[in-house]
Design a protein around this ligand. Structure first.
Ligand SMILES: Cc1ncc(COP(=O)(O)O)c(C=O)c1O
Length: 250
């Protein structure tokens, strides 16, 4: 979530133990690694977004990766390849396409060439972009002061993260005060009762008709603040923001 992953070793063990298929949502973790292995290479399928707030920015768009030939075949057919599937440079054997062709609906969600071109260009500079984010993240982390109302989040040592978001907790603080600080400084807050921006939690998806509540998750989210670090931010902007947060959390 917002660039933070759980303990991937534990997650994979749980999935193996209970025969659960792991699908990774890597919207905010492209190019990050867990234990020197890319996040997105742990699951059967991994989904990446290339929307503007993400590590590769093609405006909108995204992609999935898999090593499974049947899923890859079906994905290409779902995306709407018609009988042009052979034009894919990397793809499973044609026999699989013949097998599934008439059984998979064409959803026409192909990636257009212009977007693909942008993504390919962005891919070449992704390491550079990620180093920039990490530099800004480290500056924020070094300068943000822990107080009785502000608690930093330590990243797991096994996680080689990018840092395009900085997450921290505001604790021992009235609801209205947190709302004011986050609104003044344009921060996102998972505890906000008002749905704003791109923030959403498990129980906001009413269409799921969930009956279960997750009190421990709710407790964590109620304090969780998210500082988005857009790629065009500079060290100066980050320091300025941190100074404002420090002043408000004293
Ligand atoms: C964890 C996560 N998954 C998926 C998405 C959706 O990405 P998109 O808007 O490209 O569908 C987002 C968007 O921010 C996200 O944060």
């Amino acid at each position: 979530m917002r660039g933070i992953v759980c303990d991937m070793d534990k997650l994979v063990n749980i999935c193996n133990k209970y025969n659960i298929i792991l699908i990774e949502d890597c919207a905010h973790t492209m190019n990050a690694k867990w234990n020197n292995k890319y996040v997105g290479t742990y699951g059967l399928i991994s989904c990446f977004s290339t929307q503007s707030n993400k590590h590769i920015d093609s405006g909108e768009g995204g992609l999935l990766i898999t090593n499974d030939d049947i899923i890859a075949t079906k994905t290409i057919l779902y995306s709407g390849s018609y009988k042009f599937y052979d034009k894919h440079i990397v793809k499973p054997n044609n026999d699989l396409f013949e097998k599934y062709f008439q059984y998979i609906p064409n959803l026409s969600c192909r990636m257009d060439n212009i977007r693909a071109k942008i993504i390919r260009k962005e891919l070449k500079i992704i390491n550079e972009k990620c180093s920039h984010w990490r530099k800004l993240y480290d500056i924020i982390d070094e300068n943000l002061i822990e107080t009785h109302t502000l608690k930093k989040i330590k990243q797991n040592k096994k996680y080689q993260f990018i840092g395009s978001y900085y997450l921290f907790y505001l604790i021992n603080m009235e609801y209205d005060k947190i709302q004011q600080i986050t609104s003044d400084l344009n921060l996102q807050w998972y505890g906000n009762n008002k749905l704003e921006g791109t923030i959403s939690k498990y129980n906001d998806f009413k269409f799921l008709k969930l009956k279960q509540t997750l009190p421990k998750t709710d407790e964590i989210l109620s304090k969780l603040i998210v500082l988005h670090i857009p790629y065009n931010y500079t060290e100066e902007i980050c320091l300025n923001l941190v100074n404002h947060i420090n002043k408000n959390s004293i």
